[in-house]
Ligand binder design. Structure first.
Ligand code: FES
Ligand SMILES: [Fe+2]
Length: 441
């Protein structure tokens, strides 16, 4: 069956009533994870409308630098033009639709299409057509039909570039609301106040639906089970590497996840709480780093910066990250049961080089394709994908601490084992997009 055929069928078959019946207050239907038609609709309606993380400005530091990526499954380029402006444009020739840039990143004053040589500037505008007399006036006209099409909306927050394939919807600042502070927590840890993506990326494809990774980012209790193989004799994860989070008590029991709490915001964002204590870091290097921050912010603010209370944060629908773990993670859906995961270490600008390198090494031990921790989760996601395709049950349950969440700062807070952030993502955000809204019923 062709992709277009699947799309047409999906539109006809999935009425709003039918979609709404799949999301109940405490559970969602398994078809959200296994039905290829629903996946097609998600690409059009969720990824076709939401602000989606595209990249970070530091990925294109010089004029004419570019990266190629996708919004949902739409191929786009993020470029920096000669005037230092950032653009997000479709990677699709205006002539007959060929991908104009086959590379993942680089520097190019011009993109020349491999088919008939139409050439575009780094801002996407048409620079030239060979045999231009066949298209009289095309180059001079400035007609956008002859340019690489621009993604309708592009905006950034602290260097994190987001784009929306829809011309309508909330502005980025409104969209991010309370999750902005998670980005601040990360960027404020850099003595220069900015972060860079210049330490490579861990990338792998998993045989599981993209939402399994997003559900997981606001799921605290799984750590006591899925990640127990990485716990040392004191119940600490990676204890010897600088005091990771505690997963078990002295008696070897589960720690009190409920006390840490989970927080959710409008548009589906949220985070897992962590004890608001400074990350355990010692040694001369750390003292040097702390002094750098104190020089810039003073002692009090430095303590605040190092004592953020958020563990994993999620910017719905595709970005998750940790200030503490100094990385971001981006899911790029490929098919209903196939997802590319990208994990970028974050470089804190101005921090001692060795401190940044340590963070990268630690991330390689926890989140690379052959690491511990993330591979525990990936194994669980793939087991979920296999079993969700079976007839062993129709629903995926998110009933944990139902009704316990209450207003909290800009959002709502629940006990740590509450599954309310996921409940809300499906019942207010996913369903809104899928029924043609802007993500926040
Ligand atoms: S398709 Fe690109 S120049 Fe013809
Ligand atoms: Fe996990």
């Amino acid at each position: 069956m062709s992709e277009q055929h699947v799309r047409r069928e999906a539109h006809e078959r999935w009425s709003h009533d039918r979609l709404r019946a799949l999301v109940q207050p405490d559970r969602v239907h398994r078809s959200l994870y296994v039905d290829p038609e629903l996946f097609e609709l998600e690409m059009q309606r969720v990824f076709g409308s939401a602000w989606v993380f595209v990249g970070h400005e530091s990925m294109v530091p010089q004029p004419h630098d570019f990266i190629a990526t996708r919004i949902g499954r739409e191929p786009v380029l993020m470029t920096r033009d000669a005037q230092q402006r950032i653009h997000v444009i479709f990677n699709r020739c205006a002539h007959r639709g060929v991908e104009v840039c086959p590379l993942e990143r680089g520097n190019a004053r011009f993109f020349r299409c491999a088919y008939h040589g139409w050439t575009y500037r780094s801002d996407g505008s048409l620079a030239g057509i060979p045999l231009a007399k066949a298209y009289p006036g095309a180059v001079a006209s400035g007609d956008p039909d002859y340019s690489l099409r621009r993604v309708p909306r592009v905006d950034s927050y602290r260097g994190f570039v987001f784009a929306s394939l829809s011309a309508e919807g909330p502005p980025l600042a409104q969209y991010l609301n309370g999750i902005r502070k998670s980005i601040d927590d990360l960027a404020d840890r850099a003595p220069e106040g900015t972060v860079s993506f210049r330490a490579g990326v861990n990338r792998y494809v998993i045989e599981a639906n993209w939402k399994l990774q997003i559900d997981n980012a606001v799921d605290l209790p799984h750590a006591s089970f899925a990640h127990v193989s990485t716990v040392d004799e004191n119940g600490r994860q990676f204890g010897r590497y600088g005091g990771g989070p505690r997963l078990l008590t002295d008696e070897g029991r589960m720690i009190d996840w409920d006390a840490l709490g989970v927080v959710g915001f409008d548009y589906g964002h949220g985070y897992q709480g962590r004890p608001p204590a400074e990350t355990v870091m010692e040694g001369p290097l750390v003292r040097e780093y702390r002094l750098m921050l104190e020089k810039k912010h003073g002692v009090e603010r430095t303590s605040e910066i190092l004592a953020y209370d958020r563990f994993n944060s999620v910017v719905y629908p595709s970005l998750t990250f940790q200030a503490f773990g100094q990385h971001i993670r981006v899911v790029r859906p490929i098919a209903v049961d196939r997802t590319e995961i990208n994990i970028w270490p974050i470089w804190l600008d101005g921090a001692p080089e060795e401190l940044n390198r340590r963070a990268i090494r630690s991330l390689s031990a926890t989140h690379s394709a052959a690491s511990m921790i993330q591979t525990d989760d990936v194994e669980v996601f793939e087991r979920a994908q296999r079993a969700l395709a079976s007839a062993g049950g129709d629903w995926v349950l998110f009933r944990g601490h139902q009704g316990s969440d209450a207003p909290w700062q800009e959002g709502r807070r629940g006990l740590g084992a509450s599954e309310f952030v996921s409940r809300t993502q499906y019942a207010r955000n996913w369903i809104s997009y899928m029924c043609g809204g802007h993500g926040n019923e």
